[in-house]
Design a protein around this ligand. Structure first.
Ligand code: GLP
Length: 261
């Protein structure tokens, strides 16, 4: 794991955007795995700026989002499709037919999940997967005790996640109980994983993921087994890491040729 501790979410997001931009410039047909939630918003803002001001071209890229609420369609204000449209897709030139988000209204959920997995494989696999992290260590919507080998499927949210995500809805009782999410096995197949975490509320989950045992009780801890997992943190989310001075030292002494890798 590469732990990148930055002063604030804006600096962390600029670092992550630099990595994605370098990937897209090197591989214009890159397949991007995208995430929702408050965390990636500054990253998407930076990618949109790079598109606008530096000509970063997404026209050859394909995207797959991690997850969606069951029962919410594209027109629902809290659906992830709507979130992506507002926070990224309307601001860059990704082609509509190359955008993939699980369909919360799919009539046959298992068949839809199998088809979603197949489209990821058919696209050549995800080059870089963006992730946030839940306060309980969930990634995508893979709640604690999710199989570390899981594939795209339906999941039931914990009370804590429903409460954490309630601010996107009118009230907590409006948060759906069920979601479709890429599995942990699906996420682990991405060639690079970029996890962003900001704020005190994430410090415990981050410490468990980085320095705790690999356990389904903290799904993000499986990233210890990933050959290219990069964690972009602010001071608050890094505050419970015992070895944070070492991670800073490593980053400060990174050879120049490694910077965009
Ligand atoms: C949801 C999403 C996750 C996200 C998490 C944290 O559960 N499914 O992908 O990482 O929320 O959200 P936030 O970034 O708003 O803290």
């Amino acid at each position: 794991m590469e732990i990148i501790i930055t002063p604030d979410p804006a600096a962390a997001s600029r670092e992550a955007a630099r990595f994605l931009a370098a990937l897209i410039r090197k591989k214009p047909g890159a397949v991007l795995g995208l995430a929702t939630g408050g965390t990636p918003v500054p990253l998407y803002r930076e990618l949109a700026r790079m598109h606008r001001e530096e000509g970063l071209d997404f026209s050859g890229c394909t995207s797959f989002n991690l997850d969606e609420y069951v029962g919410l369609g594209a027109d629902h204000p809290a659906s992830y499709r709507r979130f992506m449209q507002e926070n990224l897709f309307s601001l860059i030139n990704l082609q509509a037919d190359r955008i993939h988000i699980p369909d919360g209204l799919a009539p046959d959920i298992p068949a839809h999940c199998a088809a979603y997995e197949k489209s990821i494989t058919d696209s050549g696999g995800i080059d870089a997967q963006v992730l946030g992290i839940g306060s309980d260590g969930h990634v995508g919507f893979n709640e604690p005790t999710s199989s570390l080998a899981s594939r795209t499927r339906i999941k039931t949210l914990t009370r804590r996640t429903r409460s954490d995500n309630a601010h996107f809805f009118e009230s907590e009782s409006d948060v759906p109980h069920h979601v479709i999410t890429m599995g942990i096995g699906t996420i682990m197949e991405a060639r690079a994983v970029l996890l962003l975490a900001f704020g005190e509320n994430k410090a415990e989950a981050v410490a468990g993921a980085v320095e705790g045992p690999i356990t389904a009780s903290n799904p993000a801890s499986i990233l210890q087994m990933h050959p290219q997992a990069k964690l972009y943190l602010d001071e608050q989310s890094a505050s419970k890491l015992a070895r944070r001075d070492y991670y800073r030292w490593v980053f400060d002494h990174k050879p120049g040729w490694q910077r965009d890798r």
